[in-house]
Design a protein around this ligand. Structure first.
Ligand SMILES: Nc1ncnc2c1ncn2[C@@H]1O[C@H](COP(=O)(O)OP(=O)(O)OP(=O)(O)O)[C@@H](O)[C@H]1O
Ligand SMILES: [Zn+2]
Ligand SMILES: [Zn+2]
Length: 804
């Protein structure tokens, strides 16, 4: 490419457009769509990062040349580059934000790199001569001439040097030296026989080369440490041409434990029907979207795995998305048990270095199955044969920051490009997806029975209104639930308890004057955390000491309100002193790998009761769990959000589904103050279809999704008056361009009106079809650049997940 069009790494409106640059002749064959560059930018020509999006046809006036290519091959595939355009248009995000969202952190331009020699053919002195001493340690592509860059790229292409990206955990990223035999076994025997008896070590090495070391080679350290062959002997052998040394990349292994391979199940009738439809679509390369609606424990995962296998058999790759955190390690292990080393995992539990390694394994084609959370939807796979979105209703698939994409939509878009099917799976599908089945846009596949016809657990509702405080066994446990737990403990079965809160206690209030301790920066009360013995703000991270006296009236009658997992754990210890309790919440799972460890302990019966927040609701498949208790079913219902019922139904159904998954029948107790609420009553029946119809009726009445689309515009400023003023200006821009069928709500303060000392106002537009809307929103976004300088932020969120 002689001329390139690039998107520069500046998140601003004026720069959200392609720029044309020239390419020095030495680099013209090294550059392609998706290459990351440094280009001179602005009056000062400071070097900034840029992505090549296409070849440019015509030179522009005062065109500059690029400074450097940052990676020796294009960082993004042409498909991803194209996808970034689509996302930026759909979500009103800057193109550069979309491109950056696709890259692992380790590739951020601030990452330090250095040149490392990996072959005997070059020496440090030679390199210093070419690049200079400093560049060897801290490579700054901007300071290299085009010729130097060309030389560097050639060295990389010839496996003589490599670039090391220094991440925080770089110590664990390594190349290892491996030894490969160069001669036949015969030949080794001949040589061995011809050697003097005194050359003991050489003879032993030759022996190993005949009997132990295969064509796959052996790591040098192993040869040295395990087989006691000295380095000098190894070097002699290299000199004699018996063996060669090669430097092989050893990836950081994000999998802490090995996984036993498993066998696939013979599918039951319903699974078979679903699999047949999906695999036909894989084979015929159709970009169908399926909704696999299967009750909890119906064996959706087995259908996914066999469908993935079909895609792999036809030489293609597979992408599987799972909701963030708790589910990922479990699901990754199930997929690894089936597909072994072909699996790569991408999720927030990995360090930057681990993510980068996994990313490279995918990029070079070594990993063919990718399992990961939301951002894994951008995995640099080519030739995708199937995409699976497990627990498709999960709100974690929507990114809450720019670019505000929904991974489900991105998955469908990528599948169209690759002509492959998407399988959305859930026991409790989102109303949006389920409704699309009715319109024929999605094909509905149902699994109505558990995999081996086990019965669904019996769900009992405990009306907490009638349980007087005195007749309760403890503050948060009804007698019924306590008896049920005791019964399971006696039988050595296991219990899962759900509490939908975090922290020890929600807030602190003064009993004399009613004062509640709030965050100084945000409109929200501080939460007590026993692990750090402090009060913390969940929005801005503000932290202060636990008050002894009231800041308002000086009284010492401070009370802690609300419940948290730590408090429940204490109650459990009092009620069942003999039981082992494993607590899983944000505090106990902060450390890397903590999730996996806690779940493994529960799986090994090192605990009888697993107590956790919503993170334990999905995906757990433990055969000895026969009781599930929901301590407070109502927390989510109280939220002023039209999805409150849906979320509550999903949570209760999902968590109920953890009980009785194997041969023993399960029981569920749901403690609630709203026993008549339809979401709770229908969760008791575990009847998604019934819930769907009821909820659709209400959504239609309330003009909510999926009957109406919605977009939320948020305006924030440090000065509340300014925020309001701007919100009305935006409203005035919007309104004349909307039809009379559109519904505009606001401007109104957001539910949490102040965060980090900024005031938030919102406008919500609900609509069915608005031909001008996209254009108006684009205008609002374009103009927001000037507003930004005046201290405003304006954000557009298409189909917001949390609009309160
Ligand atoms: N065809 C089959 N024959 C026997 N056992 C099966 C079969 N399919 C799945 N199973 C087993 O049934 C159990 C439940 O399956 P799985 O976890 O895949 O269900 P699921 O639908 O994904 O559940 P959930 O939505 O509750 O997470 C698993 O232990 C799985 O190994
Ligand atoms: Zn007080
Ligand atoms: Zn705060």
């Amino acid at each position: 490419m002689k001329l390139v069009q690039v998107i520069v790494d500046v998140t601003a409106m004026q720069t959200d457009t392609p720029y044309t640059y020239g390419v020095p002749i030495e680099l013209q064959d090294q550059i392609d769509v998706g290459s990351r560059l440094l280009v001179p930018f602005g009056k000062s020509n400071r070097p900034i990062q840029a992505f090549v999006i296409s070849e440019a046809q015509e030179a522009v006036e005062q065109m500059k040349d690029i400074i450097a290519i940052l990676d020796n091959k294009p960082t993004l595939t042409p498909e991803l580059v194209q996808l970034s355009k689509w996302i930026s248009e759909e979500t009103f995000a800057f193109r550069i934000s979309c491109l950056n969202a696709m890259l692992p952190n380790a590739l951020k331009v601030t990452t330090k790199r250095s040149i490392k020699i990996i072959s005997d053919e070059v020496t440090t002195e030679q390199l210093i001569e070419i690049f200079g001493q400093e560049q060897m340690q801290d490579l700054r592509p901007a300071d290299l001439s085009a010729k130097q860059q060309r030389q560097l790229n050639d060295l990389i292409a010839n496996d003589q040097v490599e670039l090391i990206y220094h991440t925080n955990d770089e110590a664990r990223s390594q190349k290892v030296t491996k030894i490969y035999p160069l001669l036949t076994t015969e030949k080794f025997r001949e040589i061995s026989e011809s050697l003097a008896k005194s050359k003991k070590v050489q003879i032993r090495l030759l022996d190993l080369l005949q009997n132990t070391i295969t064509e796959d080679g052996i790591e040098q350290v192993e040869l040295v440490n395990q087989f006691n062959i000295g380095r000098s002997t190894i070097n002699t052998a290299v000199d004699k041409g018996w063996i060669e040394k090669r430097s092989i990349e050893k990836y950081r292994d994000p999998f802490s434990s090995p996984v036993e391979p498993d066998e696939k199940f013979v599918l039951n009738d319903e699974q078979q029907v679903a699999y047949d439809d999906i695999s036909t679509s894989v084979d015929q390369r159709q970009s169908d979207v399926f909704l696999l609606e299967g009750v909890t424990g119906s064996g959706k995962t087995e259908v996914y795995l066999q469908s993935i296998e079909t895609a792999l058999q036809s030489g293609r790759t597979a992408l599987m998305l799972v909701p963030e955190i708790s589910l990922t390690p479990l699901m990754v292990n199930r997929v690894r048990a089936r597909f072994g080393n072909e699996v790569a995992a991408l999720h927030s539990g990995l360090s930057d270095g681990e993510k980068f390694d996994e990313w490279r394994r995918i990029d070079c084609g070594e990993a063919k199955v990718v399992v990961g959370a939301r951002s894994a939807v951008f995995a640099p796979l080519t030739n995708i044969g199937i995409i699976i979105v497990d627990e498709e209703h999960s709100s974690t698939y929507k990114q809450e920051d720019n670019p505000r994409y929904h991974a489900r939509d991105v998955a469908i878009k990528r599948a169209q490009t690759f002509n492959c099917p998407v399988v959305l799976g859930s026991a409790t599908p989102s109303l949006e997806s389920r409704a699309r089945c009715e319109k024929g846009l999605i094909k509905l596949l149902t699994l109505t029975k558990r995999s081996q016809e086990q019965s669904l657990p019996e769900v009992k509702i405990v009306d907490m209104r009638n349980v007087s405080a005195r007749s309760r066994s403890s503050e948060n446990f009804s007698n019924q639930l306590v008896e049920a737990i005791q019964d399971k403990l006696n039988r050595k079965e296991q219990v899962v308890l759900l509490l939908n809160r975090r922290g020890f206690s929600s807030f602190v209030m003064c009993r004399s004057c009613g004062f509640v301790l709030k965050c100084p920066n945000c409109d929200i009360s501080l939460t007590l955390h026993m692990d750090s013995h402090s009060m913390r703000c969940h929005y801005c991270g503000h932290e202060e000491a636990i008050p002894q006296t009231c800041a308002n009236c000086g009284s010492n009658k401070i009370r802690f309100y609300g419940v948290g997992t730590e408090k429940i754990e204490k109650e459990l210890n009092q009620l069942f002193p003999e039981a082992g309790v494993i607590r899983m919440d944000v505090d106990t799972t902060r450390r890397k790998g903590a999730h996996e460890k806690l779940l493994a302990r529960f799986g090994n019966h090192e605990g009888d009761i697993l107590l956790g927040t919503q993170m334990i609701a999905k995906g757990l498949d433990f055969p000895d769990v026969t009781l599930v208790g929901v301590l407070n079913a109502d927390t989510a219902l109280e939220l002023p959000d039209f999805r409150a019922s849906e979320r509550t139904f999903q949570l209760l159904t999902q968590v109920s589904g953890r009980a009785g998954r194997a041969d023993k029948t399960g029981e569920v107790y749901i403690q609630t103050y709203n026993p008549e609420h339809y979401a709770i009553k229908l969760a008791q029946k575990q009847d998604y279809e019934d819930f769907y119809h009821k909820e659709m009726y209400l959504r239609n009445l309330g003009k909510y999704a999926p009957f109406y689309y919605s977009v939320q515009i948020t305006i924030d400023h440090q000065d509340e008056k300014m925020a309001v003023k701007k919100a009305y200006e935006v409203l005035n821009d919007l309104q004349p361009n909307l039809s009379k069928n559109a519904i505009v709500l606001g401007p109104s303060p957001k539910a949490i009106a102040r965060i980090k000392q900024r005031y938030f106002y919102q406008i919500v537009v609900k609509y069915k079809r608005e031909t001008n809307l996209k254009k108006v929103l684009q205008n609002i976004r374009s103009e927001s650049q000037d507003d930004y300088r005046k201290g405003y932020n304006i954000n557009i969120d298409v189909e917001p997940q949390n609009f309160v």
